[in-house]
Design a protein around this ligand. Structure first.
Ligand code: GA4
Length: 323
């Protein structure tokens, strides 16, 4: 472990130095303006649980304006950022991730998305009005994109109704989250280290956008790790654990991690579309072949989330819910 002499993110020792994995040229690219993308999309969910979408229709200005607000926030003095309150579960966090002692070279703002006004009190201040409106616009655009993608998946799976997945993230009670991450430069450190350790996303779908700095890595079926070439104009989509359950393991929840680059700031904005708290997570009967059994025992999203927040990042959390 490397110890900082002049700490940048508080008094800390750095997380493990890491070597970046090779770039992977096989990330599926789904052009949403092209008819017939449903089949490609289903294949991507089955094989990788991860793909990129282009021609998504979200204006670049809307994305840039939230990125700018996020950068302004992360550039504030530490004491001011901490005034937002700790991310337990929602607020500002730095270095600690979740509640099990995981550490990363990252600071973040974690916000719950509800049908009510913004959940973090500091966003209600008059001084935060431009941040608030950038967030609201971004969230509604990205939620719409998540629904469009979920509906294309259903088309590709040849089942009905089209909104069988999207209705869960559109529900008034949907338990969704927006996360703004900043992987800051690290003075005096030359290399890469753990920014956000290996994990899968517990929700249904994650829609990720980052600036042009590399760092995101995904795990392929054979367990090897590859780097994802950054693309600030596109969105990356992750299949989450809940979608893996809804499809009885046909879609694959992707393991991923982020390496922090010691010299350049990486900013990512991630929407996690989750089901309503009380929703029972079970494979869709329409997706079950004859005589096919559910791989999972019965559980609700609320139960799963409680367990997900306690479990080590690298664990196969879903394994605990398998039959
Ligand atoms: C990953 C996806 C979301 O960012 C998140 C994360 C959550 C947290 O930061 O509290 C978790 C992580 C995420 C999965 C494993 C658990 C929970 C950190 C962690 C150690 C908000 C979520 O829902 O799950």
């Amino acid at each position: 472990m490397v110890v900082l002499t002049k700490p940048a993110l508080g008094q800390v020792s750095l997380p493990r130095p890491q070597k970046p994995s090779p770039y992977f040229s096989g990330i599926p690219v789904i052009d949403l303006s092209e008819p017939g993308s449903e089949a490609l999309l289903v294949r991507a969910c089955e094989e990788l649980g991860f793909f990129k979408v282009t021609n998504h229709g979200i204006p670049m200005e809307l994305i840039a304006s939230l990125e700018e607000e996020a950068m302004k926030f992360f550039a504030l003095p530490q004491a001011e950022k901490e005034r937002v309150g700790p991310a337990t579960p929602f607020g500002y966090g730095s270095r600690t991730i979740g509640s099990n002692g995981d550490m990363g070279w990252v600071e973040y703002l974690l916000m719950q998305i509800t049908s009510k006004p913004m959940s973090l009190p500091f966003l209600m201040d008059a001084s935060a009005s431009s941040f608030r409106s950038a967030l609201n616009e971004y969230i509604s655009a990205v939620r719409k994109l998540a629904c469009e993608v979920l509906e294309l998946m259903v088309d590709g799976l040849k089942i009905e109704p089209r909104n069988v997945f999207s209705k869960l993230v559109m529900d008034e009670e949907s338990d969704s989250v927006l996360r703004l991450n900043h992987y800051p430069p690290c003075p005096g450190f030359n290399g890469t280290m753990t920014g956000f350790g290996e994990h899968t996303d517990p929700q249904i779908i994650s829609v990720l956008r980052s600036n042009n700095i590399a760092g995101l890595e995904i795990s392929l079926r054979d367990g090897s790790w590859v780097s994802v070439l950054p693309d600030q104009a596109s969105f990356f989509i992750n299949v989450g654990d809940s979608l893996q359950v809804l499809t009885n393991g046909r879609f694959r929840s992707v393991r991923h991690r982020v390496l922090a680059n010691g010299s350049k700031s990486r900013v990512s904005m991630v929407y996690f579309g989750g089901p309503p708290s009380g929703e029972r997570l079970a494979p869709l009967p329409l997706l079950m072949g004859e005589g096919e059994q559910s791989l999972y025992r019965e559980f609700t999203w609320c139960e799963y989330k409680r367990c997900a927040c306690r479990t080590m990042l690298a664990d196969n959390r879903l394994g605990q819910f398998e039959k």
